[in-house]
Write a new protein. Structure first.
Length: 130
């Protein structure tokens, strides 16, 4: 099975999970990218926020999973209130990125990239409220 086919299955699975666990009024999830902000020391420019919709992002609590294999990558980093966010491989998620879920802002502490054969299938991010 080609990487593109697996990507489609991951997207479909995340979409089904969101449909089963979310409501129509649930807030959307965005990656907040900072655009601009370059300039010179004498003429600095202020970066602006550019939200990128994470179509298939889904959250889960980490409290019941500490020490279990699915959080083993993050077990030494988890603090009370942290959550795991799973998203498809369409949008790159990196540590220190800002995630917005409704009025809540979260910072990405660490990311486990599921990328067999160099094809990004999913990002599992440990996120923490700012």
């Amino acid at each position: 099975m080609a990487g593109v086919d697996i990507q489609a299955k991951v997207r479909s699975g995340l979409n089904k999970a969101i449909g089963a666990t979310s409501s129509a009024t649930a807030p959307l999830v965005y990656l907040i990218e900072m655009v601009g902000g370059n300039g010179t020391p004498t003429n600095p420019t202020v970066p602006t926020e550019s939200p990128v919709l994470l179509v298939d992002a889904i959250f889960k609590s980490t409290t019941e999973n500490i020490g279990q294999s699915n959080t083993g990558t993050f077990s030494s980093l988890i603090e009370a209130g942290d959550r795991l966010m799973v998203s498809n491989g369409d949008v790159l998620i990196s540590p220190n990125d800002i995630i917005e879920n409704g009025t809540t802002r979260l910072i990405v502490v660490d990311v486990d990239v599921k990328e067999p054969s160099g094809v990004p299938l999913a990002y599992i991010a440990l996120v923490r409220q700012q």
